[in-house]
Design a protein around this ligand. Structure first.
Ligand code: AMP
Ligand code: FE
Ligand code: FE
Ligand code: ZN
Length: 290
C-alpha cells in the first residue's frame, strides 16, 4: 500500500484541479491520497468524485494556518466536519485574512515599481503568496517561485504582508470537536523547530494532537529519526507525505514520501474515536468499490 497524506490542488496553491490531482495520484501508483488544501474543504467533492472514478482511496483533509509562540505552524486536519461552527468560523477568518492581504501585497510591489493586478494573481480559490510569486515569474521579474519568495515574499522581505492565523492549541481542540484528527505538518522544517521543542509537542499531544508528519522533504534524515523517536515516545502517529503542489513546488512529487499502513490505520482509528465522541456528521474516507 502506498499512502500519501498531504497534497494541494488549484483550490489552494497547487497547479492541478482536484480531478487532475487524483488522476495523477493513481498514475503515480498511490493507493491512498489525502487532499489537504490550505484552509479549505472546497476541493473535497470534486476529488471524491474523481477518486471513485479512478479507483483511488481519498482522505478528505486540509492544512490549516496556525500560529504558536509567534511562529507559523501548519496543522493537517483529517476528516473533520467542516461545518462545525468553531472550525468554520476560524477557517473563514483565515480565508478573509488572505483575501485582504492580496491587495496589500500588490501595493507593496507597486511601491517597488512592480505593477501587478488582482487579475494577474487570480486563482480557483483564494490567492496567497505562491500566486503572487507565479505572477512575478510570468512578468519576468524573477525566474522561479523560490526566487520570488527569497527576494520579495518571505517574512522580512519588502512585499511580505502578515495575515491572520489561528492559535495552534485552540485549533487542535476545534479539529477534535469537529470529529477529526490533527497532525502537525513538517514540524521541524524551515526553522520551525524553535516553536515546537519536544516538551511543547508533549503538551500538544495531551491536548489531543494525533500525529507528526515525520517523512517530509523539509526534514533531513537526522530530523526524521529524531521526530520518529519522539512520535513513538509520545504515542503519536508518524506520517510521511509529499506535500505535492503540482508544478508549484519542485522535489515534492506525489509519493516521494509515504505513510506506513500501520500508522495510517492508527490515524483512522483515532479519527473514528474523535468522530464518535464529537457526534458530528464527519466525512467518510472515499473507498472505491465498497
Ligand atoms: P501563504 O499561505 O499565502 O502565506 O503562502 C504560504 C505558502 O507558500 C506555503 O504553504 C508554501 O506552499 C509556499 N511557500 C512558502 N515559502 C516558500 C518558498 N520559499 N518557496 C516556494 N514556496 C513557498
Ligand atoms: Fe502551499
Ligand atoms: Fe505546509
Ligand atoms: Zn502543504
Amino acid at each position: 500500500m502506498r499512502i500519501d497524506l498531504h497534497t494541494h490542488s488549484r483550490v489552494s496553491d497547487g497547479t492541478q484541479t482536484p480531478t487532475e490531482l487524483v488522476v495523477a495520484a493513481r498514475a503515480a501508483g498511490l493507493d491512498v491520497v489525502a487532499l489537504t488544501d490550505h484552509d479549505t474543504a472546497a476541493g473535497w467533492d470534486e476529488a471524491a468524485e474523481a477518486a471513485l472514478a479512478v479507483g483511488t482511496t481519498l482522505v478528505r483533509g486540509m492544512e490549516i494556518s496556525t500560529r504558536h509562540r509567534g511562529q507559523g505552524v501548519h496543522l493537517l486536519a483529517y476528516l473533520p466536519d467542516p461545518e462545525h461552527p468553531g472550525l468554520r468560523a476560524e477557517l473563514e477568518r483565515i480565508v478573509d485574512g488572505r483575501g485582504s492581504r492580496a491587495p496589500a501585497m500588490l501595493a507593496a510591489l507597486h511601491a517597488l515599481g512592480i505593477e501587478l493586478t488582482l487579475d494577474d494573481i487570480a486563482t480557483d480559490g483564494v490567492p496567497g503568496r505562491p500566486h503572487v510569486a507565479d505572477a512575478l515569474v510570468r512578468a519576468g521579474v524573477v525566474a522561479t517561485r523560490d526566487e520570488a519568495f527569497a527576494r520579495y515574499l518571505d517574512e522580512g522581505r519588502p512585499a511580505y504582508v502578515d495575515r491572520y492565523a489561528a492559535p495552534l492549541t485552540g485549533m487542535i481542540e476545534a479539529v477534535t470537536a469537529a470529529g477529526g484528527v490533527s497532525v502537525v505538518a513538517h514540524p521541524w522544517g524551515r526553522g520551525r523547530r524553535a516553536a515546537l521543542p519536544p516538551d511543547e509537542l508533549a503538551t500538544l499531544a495531551r491536548l489531543g494532537l494525533a500525529g507528526l508528519e515525520v517523512d517530509h522533504q523539509d526534514h533531513d534524515a537526522g530530523v526524521r529519526d529524531e521526530l520518529r523517536g519522539l512520535a513513538r515516545d509520545l504515542d503519536l502517529v508518524a506520517t510521511g507525505s509529499s506535500d505535492h503542489h503540482g508544478l508549484g513546488k519542485t522535489d515534492h512529487e506525489l509519493g516521494c514520501h509515504t505513510t506506513a499502513v500501520e500508522e495510517y490505520e492508527r490515524l483512522l482509528d483515532r479519527a473514528a474515536d474523535a468522530a464518535a465522541a464529537s457526534g458530528r456528521p464527519v466525512p467518510a474516507v472515499v473507498t472505491p468499490g465498497s
